[in-house]
Design a protein around this ligand. Structure first.
Ligand code: AMP
Ligand code: GLY
Length: 423
């Protein structure tokens, strides 16, 4: 089979790495890919949101299966466009992807289904939003309605911060039109977990739970990023909790989407806060987590092409997942300054030695090849991911490889996985 992976981040490198191991895969294309994906298959210079360009390419090359990594093309309708052209594609339709594309849509659905989530109010008028915030005396989270690359939720400790966040999103439009409406929601405390499942619109197949590290600094301090590291399994999510999340959150959502005539297939990812009162949903995403996909896919023993094909063909009930008992930890190496502005084009050293270490994979994110050298080309640059007998061992092995790699202005958190060790 010919397989096309859409995207160019760490998640897409992990997908390409795993798909390329399939006995069914003859050829892997990655559009646009990065310096790492060119080692797993062939990079194609078409951007992930150029839907017409991607469709033309897939038709010309007779691609048998397309796997979409990022949310943007999904919310733009890449799946609808490919299906209309008779192409097989893994991911939700434009309407189904609203579950991530609109916070208001997903909050309304959760409220209707009685799925535990933070109490909230939505606003399209900044004056009304301010008046509401002024009437509150507790901590709140202010969220842009639309997509904002993981940065559109601002956690506010004081009313002053909340008023400023409302302004930043609705008036200054820091996230563009994504901030035309906002959700103001109650602050939830607890530990976060990423619960990711594959679904064909009927069957829900949960993947191993993972935990992300969203904040830029150690100790979960500082502004949120796309994610600075992750590990799987997540000991905080017990077997009983996994069942509860599947039956009380994931399955009802998939059932409701089908009943509404907008069946949801692809990846359904629930960002959860594990509170004193049980798991509550912070948000839904319509794609694999990045960096959660990296440790999860390192632990998955199944042929990924078989799993994704079964989802596309509506026969996911035939699949049973098989996991490596070992733990996997992914440490994201980033450019100094991220999630704010940063420099690009720094030569990366130490990769040749790093890739030789067994049971550790260096996934690429923001990298590019220039004149035979690999240089930085984004905020999150690499995701070093290692397996170990337990989380502690995986942390040790992963950081030993992280320390082999360097560039001018490299930044990474030194405490990825520490949370799991404290348990
Ligand atoms: P979201 O984009 O909705 O997932 O929010 C991004 C991040 O903001 C989450 O991963 C949490 O760390 C934080 N967050 C969002 N909503 C809440 C909430 N209601 N209470 C506490 N933290 C939150
Ligand atoms: N790592 C968080 C996300 O993919 O949304």
């Amino acid at each position: 089979m010919k397989i096309l992976v859409v995207g160019g981040g760490g998640r897409e490198d992990a997908l390409a790495w795993k798909l390329s191991q399939s006995r069914l895969a003859e050829k892997i294309f990655i559009a646009p890919g990065n310096a790492g994906t060119s080692m797993r298959g062939e990079n194609v210079p078409i951007s992930a949101d150029d839907i017409d360009g991607l469709r033309e390419f897939a038709l010309r090359e007779s691609v048998d299966l397309t796997v979409v990594g990022p949310e943007l093309p999904l919310t733009m309708g890449i799946v609808d466009a490919f299906e209309e052209a008779g192409l097989k594609v893994f991911g939700p339709s434009r309407k189904a992807a609203q579950l991530e594309g609109s916070k208001v849509f997903s909050k309304e659905l959760m409220t209707r289904l009685g799925i535990p989530t933070a109490r909230y109010r939505k606003f399209t008028d900044p004056v009304e939003a301010r008046a509401f915030v002024e009437g509150l005396n507790s901590q709140v989270v202010i969220k842009a309605d639309g997509l904002a690359a993981g940065k559109g939720a601002i956690v506010c400790q004081t009313m002053d911060e909340a008023l400023k966040a409302t302004d930043t999103i609705m008036v200054k439009r820091a996230f563009g039109d994504a901030g035309a409406s906002v959700v103001v929601e109650e602050f939830l405390s607890g530990e976060e977990a990423s619960f990711i499942a594959v679904t064909d619109g009927t069957t829900v197949l949960p993947l191993a739970p993972a935990q992300d590290h969203k904040a830029i600094y150690e100790g979960d301090r500082g502004p949120n990023t796309g994610g600075m590291g992750a590990y799987s399994p997540a000991p905080v999510v017990t077997k009983a909790m996994e069942r509860e999340i599947t039956e009380r959150i994931m399955e009802p959502v998939v059932r409701a989407m089908k009943e509404a005539g907008t069946p949801y297939s692809g990846v359904l990812y629930a960002g959860l806060m594990l509170t004193e009162n049980g798991p509550m949903v912070l948000e839904f995403n319509c794609r694999f987590g990045d960096p959660e996909a990296q440790p999860i896919l390192m632990r998955l023993k199944n042929d990924l092409v078989e799993v994704l094909l079964a989802s596309v063909e509506g026969r996911l009930h035939e699949i049973e997942l098989d996991w490596d008992d070992r733990a996997a930890v992914c440490v994201v190496m980033a450019s100094e300054g991220y999630p704010g502005s940063y420099e690009k084009g720094k030569e990366i050293h130490g990769l040749d030695e790093a890739v030789k270490v067994e049971d550790v994979v260096v996934f690429h994110a923001g990298t590019a090849e220039v004149d035979g050298r690999i240089v930085t080309a984004g905020g999150r640059v690499l995701g070093v991911t290692g397996l170990g007998t337990d989380i502690g061992d995986a942390i040790k092995r992963t950081y030993s490889v992280v320390e082999m790699i360097s560039w001018e202005g490299v930044y990474y958190r030194r405490d990825i996985g520490a949370k799991a060790l404290r348990r």
